[in-house]
Design a protein around this ligand. Structure first.
Ligand code: PAF
Length: 287
């Protein structure tokens, strides 16, 4: 595995691979890798002849007062895990290289897809995500890029951007990976105290209960949301940012549950904020 920080070198290596007819699979991350990331890398290894991992804690997707400075980082450990997953190239650029002082170009995915959920709670977040993903695509030149379904809205935004800009990249969404007790894997889980972590299991329980209610025939979103809100708020540290039932493609709220319904939630447990999601009726599609 080669570790490359220089943008031009990275782009030249990828352009050469493409010219040689090698299929490039790409997993963009902010590092502090966990099993969720590793599942993307393993799938990428199967799909591509050159497997590229990027580790870049992207400042433009963090808002004022968010955790940019404290975001967990451990390059030595990430390097070991990347080698175990047979990554060919690890791209590890500096923030000043991605965003030099005269940097002025941003990608905005406008409209209802970004006006809701994370986009509403974290203004500017998706502008930062779309911008860095577009830049990484231009540098890495992937044929296929893999994203986790845990960031459900991010995946939808990346799909929209890729289609709108006619980028020749296949976007693959991979299922959420959970701890054995149900907690969705996230680099931010390290922020949770033992007590907050125990309380955070209410999210997976709420998702399971929502699925059960839907399986029992409940179709009124309001009834499901009221029940789940009570479950989550029974945890003293929990503060719900949003809890919604939305259409999987448009992300618009649904009054009635159908095969396209996804439950999406963001909840603070003390200071840490966790997101999670899952389909209510149709379990076949990962995202
Ligand atoms: O999901 C992430 O880790 C980030 O949002 C991404 C896609 C790497 C962009 O910085």
């Amino acid at each position: 595995m080669d570790i490359i920080s220089d943008i031009t070198e990275m782009q030249n290596r990828c352009l050469a691979a493409r010219a040689a007819g090698r299929k490039i699979a790409f997993v963009p991350t902010m590092g502090f890798l966990h099993e969720g990331h590793l599942s993307l890398l393993r799938e990428g290894r199967k799909r591509g002849e050159l497997l590229v991992l990027s580790i870049f804690v992207n400042p433009t997707q963090f808002g004022q007062g968010e955790d940019l400075d404290s975001y967990p980082r451990d390059l030595a450990r990430d390097e070991r895990l990347a080698r175990d997953c047979a990554v060919d190239l690890l791209f590890y650029p500096a923030a000043a290289a991605i965003y030099p002082p005269d940097y002025a170009t941003f990608v905005n995915v406008d409209g209802p897809l970004t006006a809701t959920l994370e986009g509403a709670c974290r203004p500017g977040h998706f502008r930062g995500v779309a911008t860095v993903v577009a830049k990484l695509f231009v540098i890495v030149q992937p044929h296929v890029a893999l994203f986790g379904c845990k960031d459900f809205q991010q995946l939808a935004v990346v799909q929209r951007m890729t289609a709108d800009l006619n980028l020749p990249v296949e976007i693959v969404g991979m299922p959420i990976v959970r701890e054995t007790d149900g907690l969705a894997m996230s680099s931010r889980n390290v922020y949770l105290s033992a007590d907050e972590r125990r309380q955070a299991l209410s999210l997976a329980r709420a998702l399971a209960h929502g699925r059960q209610l839907a399986a029992d025939g409940v179709r009124e979103s309001g009834a499901v949301l009221t029940a789940l809100q009570a479950m989550i708020e029974a945890q003293p540290a929990a503060r719900i940012d949003y809890l919604r039932i939305c259409h999987r493609a448009t992300l618009q709220e649904q009054e009635r549950i159908d095969a396209d319904s996804v439950l999406l939630l963001a909840v603070f447990f003390g200071k840490p904020r966790l997101i999670d999601n899952g389909p209510l009726l149709d379990q076949a599609k990962p995202c």
